[in-house]
Design a protein around this ligand. Structure first.
Ligand code: APR
Length: 240
């Protein structure tokens, strides 16, 4: 891992790009691996905007029975903590994450660009009132579909569902960080979902060094300057 440590030491504008794999060791299943979340629950229902509009109860049951308990037990692991340390040391400019679990912020990271939103936050479709998941969860026992505390409107999670566009302002921020980076480190992503998977390519095209830390091979391995097919906490537990 000394090569990675050397690259980090030489970098002045390090950007990390993370996916579900960085949270796997925190007990949050990935999407596409053997233990993938999608082996058990149908994303065409709980993660799709059209289905949510037609049948929100499916999402709320999934949230009550799966998502909330998973988020409540999850703690940041060595890899999350290492990225937060690099930011505190002034080495890391930002994390661009596809994850919606909020574990980077729990680890102490401050500059986190959430491409797909954050499943710990909810907002009202009618008045825009925002609520934290804990407040919403306590109402789930009485109401199968919790209503907004201000206006009684329908709540939804602050995540990007399949069938929805990513926020334009978030994309611009991620593109700017990517373009200005001199070292771009991917941690725990299969790099198969667009438009997120374009960022490592953009970074490389803009002259950044590209490092991929991912347990399994990815379609961008050949583009990278360095590839570690290892556990994220193993690589980051020693490199920083
Ligand atoms: N350390 C490093 N990598 C790991 C670990 C680990 N401990 N555990 C799993 N991985 C790797 C797997 O090899 C896999 O390639 O993490 C990757 C996770 O890939 P996905 O499950 O596809 O997750 P991700 O790349 O974040 O998916 C992108 O797809 O479904 C949408 O919105 C969802 O944000 C998600 C997006």
């Amino acid at each position: 891992m000394s090569e990675l440590r050397d690259l980090i030491d030489q970098a002045s504008r390090l950007v990390a790009f993370t996916g579900a794999g960085i949270s796997a060791e925190s007990g949050i299943p990935t999407y596409r691996g053997q233990e993938g979340l999608w082996q058990k629950y149908d994303p065409a229902k709980y993660a799709d905007i059209t289905y949510f509009r037609k049948n929100p109860a499916y999402y709320w049951n999934f949230f009550r029975e799966v998502r909330y308990p998973m988020l409540k037990q999850a703690q940041p692991n060595q890899a999350h903590l290492a990225l937060a340390r690099l930011e505190q040391m002034g080495k890391l400019r930002a994390i661009i994450t596809q994850n919606i679990d909020g574990l980077h912020q729990q680890a102490g990271s401050r500059k986190v660009v959430e491409l797909h939103g954050n499943s710990r936050r909810f907002f009202c479709l009618r008045c825009g009132e925002r609520e934290a998941m804990e407040q919403v969860y306590v109402r789930l026992s009485e109401e199968i579909q919790p209503a907004c505390i201000s206006c009684g409107g329908q709540l939804r999670p602050e995540v990007v569902f399949f069938g929805e566009a990513l926020s334009a302002s978030v994309m611009v921020e991620a593109e700017t960080l990517t373009r200005e980076s001199d070292l771009f480190v991917v941690v725990g992503s299969s790099l198969v979902v667009q438009p997120a998977a374009q960022f490592p390519v953009q970074a490389k095209q803009n002259g950044s060094r590209l490092v991929i830390v991912n347990k399994d091979p990815t379609p961008l391995d050949a583009l990278a300057d360095m590839v570690y097919h290892r556990q994220a906490s193993e690589v980051f537990g020693t490199a920083v």
